[in-house]
Design a protein around this ligand. Structure first.
Ligand code: GLY
Length: 312
């Protein structure tokens, strides 16, 4: 079985001045996850590493660089899921954890639960020594300025993610050489969200899902829409029904657009390594890395290819 990793940096109307950094960020994340798998890491470890790379990159709405809620605070959500066992871990509303995906993995591996939120998640993080930082250190100057400019929550749904107001989420899916799949998703959510609002990203079956029997998916876009159609699970349902990965993602995004007027995107990989990256927003930075090549894109219909040896 050949390993493959696919990552996204969020589906929204990425402005030109963030385009190059967004593409560079997803390429770096895919490379980190893939190289780990080449040296023996599992799909689960690869998606965690890829998402951590994007959480550390301030161009993305996750970890450092996350958008701010109505009170001007960071509140972060993340999920990770292991397709071998359907084990999943998630955190929501954490404020001072730079890499929520790793805290989500600890919830999965060290507790009997699937999701911890707010102060309970923080208490658990402290108990296991997960890195904590001051919440302010996760806020970029640019996000503080954007938040000052847009102090009111916009209630548009599809339009929200086709405006530069959107900004959204990172994620990764992977298949390793042993045939195991995994997914991870991490986000700061939507700018000016209500305090305590939790979107799709940490919710199993919405922001992500992984099952060795079908594949793995990670979603991005308007969280309330994704939650209503349980987008990640919907994609895998269509794959289980025999659709190819790209068709399963397309059909699911179309359904979300028609049924609840929601815009967004998703990446998915099947248990045989058939992968796709699709979106209904103006742009989504994504990258996929396989044995032979790196493929990446930003605009609809775009897929640039680079030989893998260019990465070395
Ligand atoms: N898709 C991320 C969110 O709505 O929170």
């Amino acid at each position: 079985m050949s390993a493959v990793i696919v990552v996204h940096g969020g589906a929204w109307a990425i402005p030109d001045d963030l385009a190059q950094a967004s593409v560079a960020g997803v390429k770096a994340a895919a490379r980190r996850g893939f190289l780990a798998m080449k040296t023996g890491a599992s799909a689960l470890e690869a998606v965690e590493l890829a998402v951590r790379t994007m959480e550390d990159d301030p161009v993305f709405d996750a970890g450092h660089g996350a958008v701010l809620n109505a009170d001007g605070e960071v509140e972060l959500d993340a999920i990770i899921m292991d397709g071998r066992t359907l084990a999943a871990g998630a955190v929501s509303c954490v404020r001072n954890i730079p890499n929520p995906v790793s805290l989500a993995r600890a919830v999965m591996e060290k507790t009997d639960h699937v999701m911890l939120t707010d102060r309970g998640a923080n208490r658990f993080a402290q108990s296991i020594g997960i890195q904590e930082v001051s919440p302010e250190s996760l806020v970029t100057e640019q996000e503080r300025r954007e938040w000052e400019k847009n102090r009111k929550y916009s209630s548009g749904v599809k339009d929200l993610f086709n405006s530069q107001w959107g900004h959204d989420t990172v994620g990764a899916v992977a298949l390793d050489c042993s045939g195991n799949v995994a997914c991870a998703t991490s986000t700061g959510g939507i700018r000016n969200k209500m305090v305590g609002r939790v979107g799709d990203s940490p919710v199993i079956g919405s922001g992500g899902y992984a099952d060795n029997l079908s594949g793995a998916a990670s979603c991005t876009g308007h969280g309330e829409s994704i939650l209503r159609v349980t987008l990640a699970r919907l994609i895998l349902f269509h794959m289980e029904q025999g659709k190819g990965t790209a068709e399963a993602v397309n059909v699911s995004l179309t359904y979300m657009g028609e049924r609840v007027r929601g815009g967004g995107g998703a990446i998915a990989v099947s248990r045989t390594g058939d992968w796709a990256a699709r979106f209904t927003t103006e742009r989504m930075a994504w990258a996929a890395l396989e044995e032979e090549r790196l493929t990446y894109g930003l605009n609809p219909g775009e897929a640039f290819k680079e030989p893998v040896n260019m990465l070395n």
